[in-house]
Write a protein that binds this ligand. Structure first.
Ligand code: NAD
Ligand code: LMR
Length: 325
């Protein structure tokens, strides 16, 4: 019997976790032969609701779920954890931008960054989903100086998956036929969803769709998708966010396929002229758990301008939270 892998999830009584936890308990990350122990973190008032989720997790009798830790203390939640999903944070409502949440959510990530620094496994992989995800990830990373920056990523996989879906629908193909879309920048309306390098059934995507569709339809659809879901559902996206979190962590753990990349928010190393020390979504490949930014893509003026806008927004966000890092 393999020894269990410890996975922590914050915001465990929330909407996203209500989908994420059941995927994890069913073996979505490590398969049917790898036991896991879930560490569930919530704020104190949400612990009674979390008890209900725990009852349901147990009633699913998933064979890989070997234990559940429930706590309102980040140091208990993150103790010796190998994989951490930082989901717990307030979602936006209609009419808000994600960075309107910075003030209410930022302190969560400084506290949790410090706790990770103290008690998590030194090789922990921390995926930040709570919004604004990129800057929250930067806060967590900067509050964990004894962990490597590579231990942290921000979630841009939902945008990446949305881009795949839009392009597949436009071309009348399956999502599996679409490869190498890119999300550049922030998980916000300034993000640049890019199909310049994408392939559809091994053909250049831009040879199959009109440039005007790319610019006037595709880009704003991806940029606004979160708000449109909120308008329709009255709540922010949850099941698709949980799936994206599993996808991003899964690639981080198991690697990317040969010749393919995925989008991940990682600490900028200056690639493509993006200011260092921002959590910026880049195309990345992963081998043996090591994330590498894809280098050498040709960036045209149109793309560069859009990447700059998102970089500028991330710099502004960073300026507002300097006291926390
Ligand atoms: P939710 O309100 O349903 O759940 C959030 C949970 O977090 C609540 O149960 C709350 O009690 C808990 N929480 C708050 N502060 C906490 C803390 N300090 N420690 C632990 N738990 C805490 O929200 P949701 O729909 O699950 O969304 C969670 C976050 O994810 C939001 O910020 C949302 O905007 C964001 N989100 C990001 C993406 C993305 O692509 N990056 C996608 C969807 C949602
Ligand atoms: C999303 O993209 O669906 C989430 O970030 C929620 C939101 O606020 O849009």
């Amino acid at each position: 019997m393999k020894s269990p892998i410890h996975i922590a999830v914050s915001g465990a009584a929330g909407q996203i976790s209500y989908s994420l936890l059941f995927r994890l308990a069913a073996g979505a990350l490590f398969g049917p032969d790898q036991p896991i122990i879930l560490h569930l973190l919530e704020i104190t008032p949400a612990l009674p609701a979390l008890e209900g989720v725990v009852m349901e997790l147990k009633d699913c009798v998933n064979p890989v779920l070997h234990g559940i830790v429930v706590t309102d203390d980040p140091k208990v939640a993150f103790k010796d954890t190998d994989y951490v999903f930082l989901v717990g944070a307030r979602p936006r409502g209609p009419g808000m931008e994600r960075n309107d949440l910075l003030e209410v959510n930022a302190h969560i990530f400084s506290t949790q960054g410090r706790a990770l620094n103290e008690v998590a496994s030194r090789d922990v992989k921390v995926l930040v989903t709570g919004n604004p995800a990129n800057t929250n990830a930067l806060i967590a990373l900067k509050n964990a100086p004894n962990l490597k920056p590579e231990n942290f990523s921000a979630m841009s996989r939902l945008d990446h998956n949305r881009a795949i879906n839009q392009l597949a629908e436009k071309c009348g193909v399956l999502s599996a036929d679409v490869k190498n879309v890119i999300i550049w920048g922030n998980h916000s309306t300034t993000q640049f969803p890019d199909i310049t390098h994408a392939k559809v059934k091994d053909q250049e995507a831009l040879s199959l769709v009109e440039k005007s569709w790319f610019i006037n339809d595709f880009i704003p659809t991806i940029q606004q998708r979160g708000a449109v879901v909120i308008k329709a559902r009255g709540l922010s996206s949850a099941a698709s966010a949980a799936k994206a979190a599993v996808d991003q962590m899964s690639n981080w753990v198991k690697g990317t396929k040969a010749g393919e990349w995925v989008s991940m928010g990682v600490l900028s190393d200056g690639s493509y002229g993006i200011t260092e020390d921002l959590m910026f979504s880049f195309p990345v490949t992963v081998t043996d758990g090591k994330v590498s930014i894809v280098k050498g893509l040709i960036i045209d003026e149109f793309s560069r301008e859009r990447m700059r806008l998102s970089e500028l927004e991330l710099k502004e966000e960073k300026a507002t939270i300097m006291h926390l890092i």
